[in-house]
Design a protein. Structure first.
Length: 260
């Protein structure tokens, strides 16, 4: 009897042990499924956020393309017609009146040249065609011709990005920097340094202007529309961007991203 009782107790103990193991396994399986589900949801949301960001940037690029084409095809064409009319009028004027007409014609021609330059800068196909280095060089050549800004530019002799979108995004970030310098900084010098080391691209843009007054506790610029656009582009490039004040004065924008 004692042996049968002991055997029965052993069987019950084993049964209870197995039941406990099964319950633990079910609990762990459920927990792992929840963790996996939560992880998949986080990844899915991240992908959706990234896709939305890419879509927004594509819409912005397409809008700038359309604006560039409209400027070139519509406003540019109107200015060309205006110059043609001035040329026709020139034949009917006395010599004493031709000087004033020539000044007006020069102004319209300058406006036409500006429209063409703006149209090129807005068009992403232009950047894809000429490349990042030539696009930036031409942008800075225009600044140099204005005579109001000293420029210090260092870029590698050979600079060809593997990603066309990164090429366009990097150009747009420099464009935004230049625009901010001209609008707000009151700077006399712009510095641009581009380096590529171990397939990592570094772009450092600086000016010697007023700098940024709106900074966080870490010394980084608090987001505005332009800064947000630069940060979002850097994120889509799988890169990092830091926007802060330059010592002793001015702004410093440091962009790094993989050349992939």
């Amino acid at each position: 009897m004692d042996f049968d009782l002991e055997l029965s107790l052993t069987v019950v103990a084993i049964f209870i042990f197995i039941v406990v193991l099964l319950m633990l396994n079910l609990m762990l399986t459920g927990r792992n499924r929840k963790i996996k589900h939560d992880s998949e949801m986080v990844q899915m949301n991240a992908r959706l956020d990234n896709e939305v960001s890419i879509a927004k940037m594509e819409v912005a690029e397409n809008t700038m393309n359309e604006l560039g084409r409209d400027l070139h095809d519509d406003v540019g064409q109107q200015l060309v017609f205006t110059i043609m009319q001035m040329n026709a009028l020139d034949k009917k004027l006395n010599d004493s009146d031709k000087g004033a007409l020539q000044e007006a014609r020069n102004s319209v021609q300058a406006a036409l040249n500006s429209i063409r330059n703006i149209s090129k800068n807005l068009n992403k196909d232009y950047i894809s065609l000429v490349g990042f280095k030539d696009g930036v060089s031409r942008l800075f050549d225009k600044l140099r011709l204005s005579g109001n800004m000293a420029l210090r530019v260092e870029m590698p002799e050979q600079l060809n990005f593997k990603s066309q979108s990164n090429e366009i995004f990097a150009y747009r970030i420099i464009q935004e920097c230049v625009s901010n310098t001209l609008k707000y900084a009151g700077a006399s010098t712009i510095y641009l340094t581009v380096t590529v080391i171990n397939e990592m691209v570094s772009v450092v843009y600086e000016d010697d202007g007023k700098g940024i007054s709106n900074l966080d506790s870490s010394g980084n610029a608090i987001s505005g529309i332009g800064i947000n656009n630069m940060k979002k582009r850097a994120e889509l490039m799988k890169g990092e961007i830091l926007i802060s004040n330059r010592q002793p004065n001015g702004i410093k924008v440091s962009l790094t991203f993989p050349d992939k």
